[in-house]
Ligand binder design. Structure first.
Ligand SMILES: *Cc1c(COP(=O)(O)O)cnc(C)c1O
Length: 458
C-alpha cells in the first residue's frame, strides 16, 4: 500500500472554534445583510475566507519572536531576515514592508509612471490597483487555457509568449518598466508557472531589455508544483528550484502572509542598485526606516524562520496535498470545481452548480451563503458581486466565471475539517435543483462594493 501524506508536525496548542446550529446561522447571516464579510469570526466554524495571514506559526517561529531585536536602525532581526532572503532568492538588495501591497506601492512608486504598460500573467487585484492608480495599464498575457475551469493543464499560470511578444512589440520600451510574473497565479486560481515558461519569459524580456519581476506571494507552492510536474526537477530540492526560478528575474515583491508563514509582513528584494535607491526613499516615506519597513523586529525574526520552513518539501507536500485532497473528493462527487486543483484554494463553479438561480440574483453569492447556513463554512464570492458595476453605465458587469473560493489556511485545519466541508457541499449539491432564487442588493458602495454590500433574500 502506498503511504499517504501526513503532516510533518504535531499539535502543541489548540484554538477553539465554535459550532452553531442552522437556525442560529440563518439569523446571523440575515443580521449581517447576507454579506459574509459582516460576520464576526465566532459565528464561523471553518473560516476559508482567505489563506492570507491566517496560518499557524511553528514553535520555532514563536521562539524567534522572543529574540526579536526592536532597534530602530540596524536591527539584528532585519540582518537575519535579509540574509535568509538572499539565501532563498539570490537577490542582493532587500527592503521590508508591512505587507505585499505595501511592497507594490513602494516599488511601483519608484518605477511606474503614467501611461506605462505592465504585461504579465493575470495580475493580482492589489497589483492591478497599484498599476491603475498610477494611470498605467496591466496587460494580461496568461494562456487561454487558464480561463476554462474544465481544461487540464499542469501550468495554467503560464504566460502566452505570443501575447507577451505582442505587448512588448506594440509599446515603446520606455513605456514598459518591467514585466511581472505572479507565482503562483492567484487570479487564475493559484495555478503555477513552469520553469520552462519562466525561462522563456526571461529570455524574451532580456531580448527587449526589459526587467522581469516576480509577485512571489506563493513562490514556494509554485516550486512544489515544478518539482511534482516538470521533467528534470524530480530530484531537485525546493530551495534549489526557488533559487533557479528567481535567478531568471531582476527582483520580487512578497506578501509574507502567504509563503512567509507569518500573519503580517512583506518585502521587496532586487538586484538593481538604482531601483533600490529610489525605492528606499518611498520605503522611508510610506513604511518606515529601511531596517524595519513597518514590521516589528520580532515579526522579521519569525519571518526569517517562516521562509525557511515554507521552502521545505515535507511542509509543502502536506500543504498542497491537503488542498488537493479536498478538491479530489469534490471531483469524485461530481461537484464542479476548477481543474486542476491549485495550490491554496478550491474554486467552485457556481454557473455549473446552480444554473437554476438567475445570474442577476448573484448565484455564487447565494451558494456561498448556503455553505455558511448549512455548515458554518465561510468562503468568498468571486463573481458578479466582486466584478462590480461598469463605472460609466453603472450596470452590473457579468464576468465569465461565477466562483466560490474556499481558501485553505496553512497548517490550520485537519483532514476531518476537509471531510466536513465535503459533506456539507454534497448535501447542498444533492438538493441544488430546488435552488431557484438568489439575492437582491439593497445597498452598495460606489466602488469595491463586495466588502460592505447589503442583500435581501428574494
Ligand atoms: C496577497 C497578494 C498580494 C498582496 O499582498 P497583501 O499582503 O495582502 O497586501 C499581492 N499579490 C498576490 C499574488 C497576493 O496573493
Amino acid at each position: 500500500m502506498n503511504l499517504p501524506y501526513a503532516e510533518p508536525y504535531k499539535i502543541k496548542m489548540v484554538e477553539s472554534i465554535k459550532k452553531s446550529t442552522v437556525e442560529q446561522r440563518k439569523k446571523w447571516i440575515k443580521e449581517a445583510d447576507y454579506n459574509l464579510f459582516n460576520l464576526s469570526s465566532d459565528k464561523v466554524f471553518i473560516d476559508l475566507l482567505t489563506d492570507s495571514g491566517t496560518g499557524a506559526m511553528s514553535d520555532n517561529q514563536w521562539a524567534a519572536m522572543m529574540s526579536g531585536d526592536e532597534s530602530y536602525a540596524g536591527s539584528a532581526s532585519f540582518l537575519k531576515l535579509k540574509d535568509v532572503v538572499k539565501k532563498i532568492t539570490g537577490f542582493s538588495h532587500f527592503l521590508p514592508t508591512h505587507q505585499g501591497r505595501a511592497a507594490e506601492n513602494v516599488l511601483f512608486s519608484a518605477i511606474v509612471n503614467e501611461g506605462d504598460f505592465i504585461p504579465g500573467n493575470s495580475h493580482f487585484d492589489t497589483t492591478k490597483g497599484h498599476i491603475e492608480f498610477r494611470k498605467a495599464t496591466a496587460v494580461d498575457c496568461t494562456i487561454d487555457e487558464a480561463f476554462d475551469t474544465a481544461a487540464e493543464h499542469p501550468f495554467k499560470g503560464n504566460v502566452d509568449l505570443e501575447k507577451l511578444k505582442k505587448a512588448l512589440k506594440e509599446n515603446p520600451k520606455e513605456k514598459i518598466p518591467f514585466v511581472i510574473l505572479t507565482i503562483t497565479c492567484n487570479s487564475s486560481g493559484g495555478q503555477p508557472v513552469s520553469m520552462q515558461n519562466v525561462k522563456e519569459v526571461s529570455e524574451l524580456c532580456k531580448s527587449y531589455g526589459i526587467p522581469l519581476y516576480f509577485d512571489s506571494a506563493r513562490f514556494a507552492e509554485n516550486a512544489y508544483f515544478i518539482k511534482k510536474r516538470e521533467k528534470g526537477y524530480e530530484d531537485i530540492t525546493i530551495k534549489e528550484i526557488a533559487k533557479e526560478l528567481f535567478s531568471y528575474g531582476d527582483g520580487m515583491t512578497m506578501s509574507a502572509k502567504k509563503d512567509g508563514l507569518v500573519n503580517m509582513g512583506g518585502f521587496i528584494a532586487l538586484n538593481d542598485e538604482e531601483v533600490y535607491k529610489k525605492a528606499t526613499v518611498f520605503n522611508i516615506m510610506y513604511e518606515g526606516f529601511i531596517t524595519y519597513g513597518g514590521m516589528n523586529g520580532r515579526d522579521m525574526a519569525a519571518l526569517a524562520v517562516g521562509l525557511d520552513e515554507a521552502t521545505e518539501f515535507d511542509y509543502l507536500e502536506s500543504r498542497i496535498e491537503q488542498v488537493s485532497y479536498l478538491g479530489e473528493k469534490l471531483i469524485e462527487l461530481e461537484i464542479p470545481v476548477q481543474h486542476p486543483i491549485g495550490g491554496h484554494a478550491i474554486f467552485i463553479d457556481a454557473n455549473k452548480f446552480v444554473p437554476t438561480i438567475p445570474r442577476n440574483e448573484y448565484r455564487a453569492q447565494a451558494l456561498a451563503i448556503e455553505l455558511y447556513i448549512l455548515g458554518g463554512i465561510r468562503g468568498v464570492e468571486i463573481g458578479t458581486v466582486l466584478a462590480d458595476r461598469d463605472p460609466f453605465t453603472r450596470k452590473n458587469r457579468y464576468p465569465e466565471l461565477e466562483l466560490v473560493r474556499l481558501a485553505i489556511p496553512r497548517r490550520t485545519y485537519s483532514q476531518n475539517h476537509m471531510d466536513y466541508i465535503v459533506a456539507v457541499l454534497k448535501n447542498i449539491h444533492d438538493t441544488r435543483d430546488q435552488a431557484k432564487t438568489g439575492y437582491r442588493i439593497i445597498d452598495e458602495a460606489p466602488i469595491m462594493r463586495h466588502f460592505t454590500v447589503k442583500f435581501e433574500k428574494i
